[in-house]
Design a protein around this ligand. Structure first.
Ligand SMILES: Cc1cc2nc3c(=O)[nH]c(=O)nc-3n(C[C@H](O)[C@H](O)[C@H](O)COP(=O)(O)OP(=O)(O)OC[C@H]3O[C@@H](n4cnc5c(N)ncnc54)[C@H](O)[C@@H]3O)c2cc1C
Length: 407
């Protein structure tokens, strides 16, 4: 077996090469860091070149028609709290389901692995909601979506921009009729390693409880609001044995556990490859102050006329018009993306040499000083909330951050 790609910066792990290979010679295999890369079986490969022809990563994107931009949030606050931002994904997916269609998105399986799944009912849709900050497993998904489209079903597929662009390539190569197909891509900060995530779950299991881990929420909105970055770990079905942590979030948001190709992401711009792009409307407090809401506001960029049709007349959604400048002001992932952090290689070296617990202390701010500081911050926040409105606290916090940045 040999790897197709020698340059890991140029492979996003979407797997379209394998799903299109006519001789089934490619399978996706995890590397040492746990990211999937294609491996070619030389005994099966007929050198047809279909794998490199199907690879869409880094190909120029079609310039979008004039995009429309909105801020939106679900009217029902309880429902909004079940979504990471303002819940626009739920509103779009519900519309597709109510018209007899199916929805594909990243869900969490019973064993807590993150993979793309198919939903045809509202109950099945639940697991696709909320952000999972790890690369989702796409094994076999393009073929399944293709089959649904060939049955003339309406399909909504949501994922990271590289996953959406990969499916665009799949439909072109397979000549699939896409008139019933709608795509949603995320404004994407990048994805972390599934192995790292798995190690984190094992570490948490050993550390906190003998009862098997039941549920994991990457960024819990209920306890820390829309802006908070705290994960919730639940060990029982009945709601006891709940722990909060920031280890995974600290590692994820410091970018050290990211896939290498995320640092040369060709989708970190306002030209998009989907019908609709969704994300958090960071900066809403300045763009549309009276629409600010600490339970979450979505940013929506409509890229195609099909997207316009899907977004039109969505029920249960409060919508305000905006523009691309306001929506991308605080989004590095729409304006060029990120470079690899300086300690990226050191992180992986430490991880292989000393294991997860060591890197969780060094890079996940999991030592005693950070723990005390976190508890102190939490107590101050809870006390302030008793006396002042949340928007004021948020404004003060960000004012201080801004001043610090300006030195
Ligand atoms: C890895 C990652 C990085 C992100 N980075 C940013 C960012 O930098 N800026 C920003 O504004 N928004 C970012 N988002 C998007 C944002 O957090 C919300 O997911 C988005 O706004 C949708 O929120 P919602 O309330 O409409 O719906 P939700 O119910 O929260 O919808 C979740 C949607 O995200 C998809 N999804 C969840 N996890 C994954 C995954 N691992 N891979 C592919 N798709 C996934 C689901 O399929 C579903 O469509 C990111 C999301 C992820 C998963």
């Amino acid at each position: 077996m040999e790897s197709v790609f020698l340059n890991k910066n140029l492979c996003c792990g979407c797997g379209v090469c394998g799903q299109l290979c006519p001789t089934d010679a490619i399978r996706m295999n995890p590397d040492q860091n746990g990211f999937f890369y294609p491996l070619i079986d030389p005994n099966k490969c007929v050198d047809c070149g279909s794998c490199s022809a199907s690879c869409s990563f880094g190909r120029p994107l079609q310039p979008s028609r004039k995009q429309s931009v909105y801020a939106a949030k679900l009217e029902d606050v309880e429902e909004r709290m079940k979504s990471q931002s303002g819940g626009v994904f739920f509103a779009l997916a519900k519309k597709i389901l109510s018209e007899g269609g199916v929805v594909y998105g990243a869900g969490m399986a019973d064993d807590l692995t993150v993979r793309h799944m198919r939903a045809e009912t509202l109950a099945e849709l639940e697991t696709l909601r909320m952000s999972k900050y790890v690369q989702s497993d796409m094994n076999g998904i393009f073929t399944k979506i293709g089959e649904d489209l060939q049955l003339n079903k309406q399909v909504l597929f949501s994922g990271t921009p590289c996953q959406i662009d990969a499916f665009n390539s799949f439909t072109k190569n397979k000549n699939i009729d896409t008139s019933n197909y709608y795509s949603i891509d995320l404004i994407c900060f990048g994805v972390a390693s599934p192995k790292l995530y798995d190690d984190y779950l094992n570490y948490t299991q050993q550390r906190y409880s003998k009862i098997p881990l039941e549920k994991f929420i990457f960024r819990d909105k209920l306890s820390n609001g829309w802006h908070g970055c705290v994960e919730k770990i639940i060990f029982s079905k009945t709601g006891e044995n709940i722990y909060y942590s920031t280890i995974y979030a600290n590692i994820f948001f410091s970018l050290v556990g990211h896939r290498a190709s995320c640092f040369s992401c060709p989708y970190a711009k306002t030209e998009r490859c989907s019908d609709i792009t969704i994300g958090d409307f960071w900066g809403i407090e300045e763009a549309i102050p009276d629409f600010w809401d600490e339970t979450g506001v979505s940013a929506i960029i409509i890229n195609t006329s099909k997207g316009e049709v899907l977004f039109h007349d969505l029920s249960g959604l409060l919508v305000r018009e905006s523009n691309i400048a306001d929506c991308s002001k605080k989004q590095k992932c729409l304006t060029g993306g990120f470079d690899a952090p300086r300690d990226y290689d050191a992180f992986w070296r430490d991880y292989h040499r000393y294991g997860f617990e060591y890197v969780s202390r060094k890079y996940g701010k999991n030592d005693w000083r950070h723990k005390v500081l976190r508890k102190l911050k939490y107590a101050i926040k809870k006390t302030l909330i008793l006396f002042f409105p949340a928007q004021l606290i948020y404004k003060i916090k960000h004012g201080i951050k801004k001043l610090r940045r300006q030195g």
